[in-house]
Design a binder for this molecule. Structure first.
Ligand SMILES: Nc1ncnc2c1ncn2[C@@H]1O[C@H](COP(=O)(O)OP(=O)(O)OP(=O)(O)O)[C@@H](O)[C@H]1O
Length: 260
């Protein structure tokens, strides 16, 4: 049986007194890939933040969060297993650090380098290789706060991968990328799949869901309302109900697109 590497049971998150996630249970097995979809405000980013311990569930005797077999983590040790791309991280990285400093800081789970971070030759080489892979090497000496949002997103993708994490948590990772960069990003997801990584992505962009991602979780109003194989879940009736408007779905060469 495949090992469960991420497990949430009965997790509730409140913000400003309002339940944002409502009694969520969610498990991911090693090498399983999951796409989380749902309307704006459904709770997708909050679920991803729970998995990266950016936020915590409310205490209840039934609530569990077990990540890589452990209920308690020192957050920097946990982050060594994760590659994270999100809007909130991009905001934090919007600094005077140069592109290469942000990428290499993925080894230290920091934002940029501090006086106590010492990069060895292997880390420098991995940083360079990863920046080439994301077509970001030309941005190495550019300050983050002088980059376009698409350029900064490429730097974040490289940072998320540089330390070879087990799980990629990608929240709207393609937003602001141009068409060729999206295609390149899909190739990277395929490469991550071949390397045996687990991919968890939250997205509005169905074309980001590469054929290797077969499980779709649908969220609405802070709850998981559907969870299953892609071809069962990506149907017009279900999505029209969740988005409360007529949704059309198309499939081409194993990739889906939706519009209304
Ligand atoms: N810091 C906060 N304080 C109060 N409410 C918040 C906070 N952050 C998020 N929320 C609310 O939590 C709900 C879920 O937000 P979340 O970002 O998880 O949704 P999402 O499904 O990722 O949305 P989107 O598709 O728009 O990115 C939203 O109603 C949002 O307004």
């Amino acid at each position: 049986m495949d090992e469960c590497i991420m497990q949430l049971e009965h997790a509730t998150v409140r913000r400003s007194g309002v339940p944002i996630l409502d009694d969520i249970s969610f498990q991911v097995k090693r090498n399983e890939h999951v796409a989380i979809i749902g309307p704006n405000g459904a709770g997708k980013s909050t679920l991803v933040q729970l998995l990266s311990e950016e936020i915590h569930p409310l205490y209840s005797p039934r609530t569990k969060r077990i990540l890589f077999g452990k209920a308690k983590w020192e957050v920097l040790s946990l982050r060594a297993h994760l590659g994270i791309v999100s809007q909130s991280l991009q905001y934090l990285c919007n600094s005077s650090y140069k592109g290469w400093e942000i990428v290499i800081s993925g080894f230290f789970s920091s934002i940029g380098l501090d006086f106590h971070h010492h990069c060895n030759d292997r880390q420098m080489q991995k940083m360079e290789e990863t920046m080439h892979r994301y077509d970001a090497w030309h941005l190495r000496d550019k300050q983050m706060n002088r980059m376009s949002s698409g350029e900064a997103r490429r730097i974040l993708l490289a940072r998320a991968n540089v330390h070879d994490p087990q799980v990629m948590l990608l929240d709207e990772a393609v937003s602001n990328l141009d068409f060729p960069s999206r295609s390149q990003y899909r190739s990277t997801l395929e490469q991550l799949d071949r390397e045996g990584k687990t991919i968890i992505l939250a997205t509005h962009e169905l074309s980001e869901i590469i054929p290797a991602i077969n499980r779709i979780v649908v969220m609405q109003h802070g709850r998981i309302v559907a969870d299953g194989p892609k071809r069962e879940i990506l149907n017009e009736q279900l999505l029209s109900e969740v988005y409360q408007t007529k949704v059309f779905i198309d499939e081409r060469e194993g990739l889906f697109s939706a519009w209304c």
